[in-house]
Ligand binder design. Structure first.
Ligand SMILES: Cc1cc2nc3c(=O)[nH]c(=O)nc-3n(C[C@H](O)[C@H](O)[C@H](O)COP(=O)(O)OP(=O)(O)OC[C@H]3O[C@@H](n4cnc5c(N)ncnc54)[C@H](O)[C@@H]3O)c2cc1C
Length: 395
C-alpha cells in the first residue's frame, strides 16, 4: 500500500465495487480509489456464484431501464473493457427468457408486459401452445399455466468475466486493488473518515462505499447503520437429462418461481428460492435432497421428460435479500455523510451492475444522473416508502 489517504474506498470488490470504480475513474482519472477485497479468489462472492442472467422482464420502470442499459453496454463491452490488448469475452447468449404465468399471476404479468413494451422492450405474450413451440418439452395438456411472456433479448453470460473485466479496467485506470478485510467504517461528527482493516491498519477517506454484497449488513453496523438486508443461502443444481433439444432453449420460469436454464445438450441448471432458505454468511453447503424433494416433482409435472434425470453438480451462494422491499438500496445514507450503499439486490443485481456503476459514480461526483435511480434511495427506508417489484416470486 503506497497511500493511506483515498478519495473513495470500496469495502468489497465484487462486480458492484469494480463497476462503480471504473465509472468514477472514467469521469475523473485523478481520483485516488482503493478497491478492498477480502478474498481475491472470489470463492464465495455472489457475482461468481450467480447464474449470470439478464432480463428486461421487471415491473418497476427503473429496473427495466437498468436492464435495457445493460443490453446497450453489452453490445460494445468487449471493446470498451479491453485492457492492454486483452479482450474480455463474457459469452452473452441471448437465448431469451420464457416466463410462464398461472391465472393468479396473470394481471400482474400483463401490467408488467404493458410497461415493458411501452419502454421498447422486445417482450411478447404467448398462449400455452405458442410457448410450447418455443419450448417443446412443456406439458400444455394439464392447464398448469395460462400463458407466458417471452423476452427475446434476455439471456445469460459469464458473471465472473464481467467482474474481471471491470476489475482490470478499474485497475488500469488507476484504482488500487488491496486484498484485505475491512473490519470497521470510521466516522466523526456525522461524516465518514475511513476504514479499519483486519491487520489494524487504518485507511482514510471521505467516502466509503459499502460494496460488501451479502456481508454488507454487518459492515454497516460498524458505523451504526442498520440496513434491512439478510444474507440468504440459495442453492443451484446442475442436472443431466436424456432430452436432446436441437438448439439452446430459453430460460424457463415456472409460476412458482422455480427457474431452469438450458446449458446445452441434456444439461440444465435449476433453482428455487424457498422461504426457509438459511440465513448465513458462512454456510455454502448444498443438499441434493432439497432438489429431489422440492424441485424435481414440479419440473417433471411441467416437463414430463424430466421424470428421469441425474443431479451432477450444485452449489450455494448468497442473495443479499432486502427484507424491506426486495429492491436495490442505492446512494448515500441520509444520516452519515460519505457512507454510500450499494446493497440489497435480492438476487437480481448482477444485470444491474452497469447502470448502478454509472449512477453511483454520478452520485458520488455530484453529477446529474443519466438514468435517475433515486427511487432506490436509502431514504425510502427511513421514510417507510417501499418500492415493491411484484407479488409473485421471481428470480
Ligand atoms: C445463486 C445465485 C444466482 C444469482 N443469479 C443472478 C442472475 O441470474 N442475475 C442477476 O442479475 N443476479 C443474480 N444473482 C445476484 C447477483 O449475484 C448479485 O446481486 C451481485 O453479484 C451482487 O454483486 P456485489 O458486488 O454486490 O456482491 P459480491 O459479488 O458478493 O461482492 C462483494 C464482495 O465483497 C467482499 N467483502 C465482503 N465483506 C468484505 C469486507 N468486510 N472487506 C472486504 N471485502 C469484503 C466479498 O468477498 C465479495 O467479493 C444471483 C446470486 C446468487 C447467489
Amino acid at each position: 500500500m503506497t497511500n493511506q489517504y483515498y478519495d473513495v474506498i470500496f469495502a468489497g470488490a465484487g462486480v458492484m465495487g469494480c463497476a462503480i470504480a471504473t465509472h468514477l475513474l472514467q469521469r475523473d482519472n485523478q481520483l485516488k480509489i482503493a478497491l478492498i477485497e477480502k478474498d481475491l479468489t472470489y470463492r464465495y462472492s455472489s457475482t461468481v456464484l450467480s447464474d449470470g442472467n439478464s432480463r428486461v422482464q421487471f415491473n418497476v420502470k427503473e429496473n427495466i431501464q437498468m436492464s435495457l442499459y445493460a443490453l446497450e453496454v453489452l453490445k460494445t463491452f468487449a471493446e470498451d473493457m479491453t485492457v492492454a490488448g486483452e479482450v474480455p469475452d463474457v459469452a452473452f447468449r441471448q437465448q431469451g427468457n420464457l416466463f410462464l404465468t398461472d391465472e393468479a399471476g396473470r394481471a400482474e404479468v400483463e401490467a408488467g408486459l404493458a410497461l415493458q413494451q411501452s419502454l421498447g422492450c422486445n417482450v411478447s405474450w404467448l398462449t400455452p401452445s405458442e410457448a410450447k413451440e418455443i419450448y417443446p418439452l412443456l406439458n400444455v395438456a394439464d392447464g398448469l399455466f395460462v400463458g407466458a411472456t417471452f423476452g427475446r433479448d434476455d439471456g445469460t453470460m459469464l458473471p465472473q468475466a464481467v467482474l474481471e473485466a471491470y476489475k482490470k479496467k478499474a485497475v488500469a485506470l488507476g484504482a488500487e486493488l488491496i486484498e484485505a478485510e475491512v473490519t470497521a467504517v470510521h466516522h466523526q461528527n456525522g461524516q465518514v473518515t475511513g476504514v479499519q482493516l483486519k491487520s489494524g491498519e487504518v485507511l482514510q477517506a471521505g467516502i466509503v462505499v459499502n460494496s460488501a454484497g451479502a456481508w454488507g449488513t454487518q459492515l454497516a453496523k460498524t458505523c451504526g447503520v442498520e440496513i434491512p438486508m439478510e444474507p440468504v443461502m440459495r442453492q443451484v443444481y446442475i442436472v443431466e437429462t436424456a432430452v436432446q433439444p436441437e438448439k439452446v432453449l430459453p430460460l424457463l420460469l415456472l409460476p412458482s418461481g422455480t427457474y431452469i436454464i438450458h446449458e446445452g445438450h441434456g444439461v440444465f441448471m435449476t433453482a428455487h428460492s424457498f422461504a426457509d432458505d438459511p440465513i448465513t454468511t458462512t454456510d455454502f453447503s448444498w443438499q441434493r435432497h432439497k432438489f429431489e424433494d422440492r424441485i424435481w416433482p414440479e419440473l417433471a409435472e411441467f416437463m414430463p421428460a424430466f421424470d428421469s434425470l441425474r443431479v451432477v453438480d450444485g452449489w450455494a451462494g448468497l442473495y443479499a435479500v432486502n427484507t424491506f422491499d426486495g429492491n436495490a438500496i442505492l446512494g448515500e445514507w441520509p444520516e452519515l455523510r460519505g457512507f454510500y450503499l450499494v446493497n440489497g439486490f435480492s438476487g437480481h443485481g448482477f444485470q444491474q451492475c452497469h447502470a448502478v456503476g454509472r449512477y453511483l459514480a454520478e452520485c458520488i461526483l455530484g453529477q446529474p444522473p443519466t438514468l435517475d435511480l433515486s427511487i432506490f434511495s436509502p431514504r425510502r427506508i427511513l421514510e417507510n416508502a417501499p418500492v415493491f417489484e411484484n407479488k409473485q416470486k421471481i428470480i
